[in-house]
Design a protein around this ligand. Structure first.
Ligand SMILES: C[S@@+](CC[C@H](N)C(=O)[O-])C[C@H]1O[C@@H](n2cnc3c(N)ncnc32)[C@H](O)[C@@H]1O
Length: 219
């Protein structure tokens, strides 16, 4: 045993997968190098889901479908809509939902998230989403928030992943920070935007790669 490990490593050690299927799916994502929610993020989402007991969940950014499958396992009565534009990811996610028997509860919408969200708005006769998970396109978070909040109600939660983008947002000297300065610029501006809005309750934490938990309050 080493004398010391990092706080992140220590926190990772506290993780317990929800079930065997999700543990295998996480392993497959990691082997294929596919981005998915970190263990710490999953823990935070787990508690949030237990508290808010969502019946309808909207996710932006499906990848292989890990987080959507996690939502479905955690909330057995919830309907989940998840959006993905990459055909390779879509193929894997479709197989994943079929394999886990989730295709009747998880709806995968294929295409660009902003376009799809606008389309959902046009057929506005839908029940509100109780929880939205934004996990795609760091430069589009404000757009995704504004488009998805129209589909929510007062009290809904909007959870945004990767808001610290590998620490680049607060440390310009970190390797990679320069190359990703556009994402950093947009994310900073998004964080200022949610901070300035009086109708939101916002928590910004270091959880995982940085998590913003937003509650929509009465306007
Ligand atoms: C971080 S991954 C999602 C991981 C997933 N939520 C999980 O934890 O298992 C982000 C995904 O968003 C998708 N994406 C990025 N921009 C998008 C857009 N404009 N419309 C739809 N999907 C997009 C990417 O193709 C990628 O698969």
């Amino acid at each position: 045993m080493p004398d010391s490990i990092t706080s992140k490593e220590f926190i990772e050690q506290q993780y317990k997968p929800l079930n065997e299927e999700l543990a295998r799916l996480r392993e497959l994502n990691e082997t294929d190098g596919v981005p998915l929610i970190l263990r710490e993020t999953e823990g935070m989402l787990s508690v949030l889901l237990d508290i808010c007991k969502p019946e309808r969940i909207l996710e932006i950014g499906t990848a292989y479908g890990y987080s959507a499958a996690f939502f479905a396992a955690k909330c057995p009565n919830a309907l989940i809509t998840t959006i993905e534009r990459n055909p390779k990811m879509i193929e894997k996610a479709v197989k994943c939902f079929e394999m886990l028997g989730l295709d009747d509860r998880v709806e995968l919408l294929e295409g660009d998230a902003a376009e799809i969200l606008r389309g959902i708005g046009e057929n506005a006769d839908t029940t509100a989403y109780d929880l939205v998970f934004i996990d795609a396109g760091k430069t589009h978070y404000r757009e995704y928030l504004e488009l998805s909040e129209r589909l929510c109600r007062a009290g809904s939660l909007i959870v945004c992943d990767n808001i610290l983008i590998h620490g680049w947002i607060y440390d310009r000297k970190k390797p990679g920070a320069k190359r990703h300065r556009t994402s950093v610029k947009y994310m900073k501006s998004f964080l200022k935007y949610i901070k300035d809005r009086e109708d939101l309750t916002v928590s910004v934490s270091e959880s995982g790669d940085g998590l913003a938990i937003i509650r929509l309050n009465d306007k």
